[in-house]
Design a protein around this ligand. Structure first.
Ligand code: AMP
Ligand code: ZN
Length: 141
């Protein structure tokens, strides 16, 4: 039984929808992305259903991060890419299309042209400092 019957990734975990599974443990599940950004693009998900990082339990987040490290290391050792990106999207504005928290492992090669970067331009340091102060208050009281 999927944890959420309307969720694609819960249905993959439950075996209702096929996938190329590469790893699973008590708290997490990993499989190949069906629309790979590059050769070896994999996804790591918690068994716990959560829409974004904000709803996910700290325990499930930690377990997913540990599994992502295992997968990234296996991808590095198997495919010897020049580099690897970890990517995680929250809400459509950030590119999220499947609403079950997941981490992407995306192998990279020099000059592959994948558009995951942004142009480097200096920030307004007064604005950055003001925002840092607001965040420090939020985080530390
Ligand atoms: P995001 O845009 O961060 O929400 O990423 C969702 C990812 O899930 C995309 O890279 C999709 O290609 C991938 N995806 C969607 N459906 C499937 C599926 N049935 N099996 C494997 N990957 C999928
Ligand atoms: Zn789900």
């Amino acid at each position: 039984m999927p944890a959420d019957k309307d969720c694609l990734f819960c249905r993959i975990i439950a075996g209702d929808i096929p996938c190329q599974r590469i790893y699973e443990d008590e708290h997490t599940f990993a499989f190949m992305d069906i629309n790979p950004a590059s050769t070896g693009h994999a996804l790591i998900i918690p068994r716990e259903h959560a829409r974004t990082i904000h709803e996910l339990s700290p325990e499930a987040l930690a377990a997913t991060a540990l599994s992502a490290q295992k997968v990234a290391t296996a991808v590095r050792d198997t495919l010897t890419p020049d580099g690897i990106n970890l990517l995680q999207c929250n809400e459509p504005a950030a590119g999220q299309t499947v609403f079950h928290f997941h981490l992407h492992v995306i192998p990279r090669s020099k000059g592959d042209g994948l558009a995951l970067g942004w142009p480097i331009s200096p920030g307004d340091m007064d604005a950055v400092a003001g925002l840092a102060a607001r965040l420090r208050t939020r985080l530390n009281g």
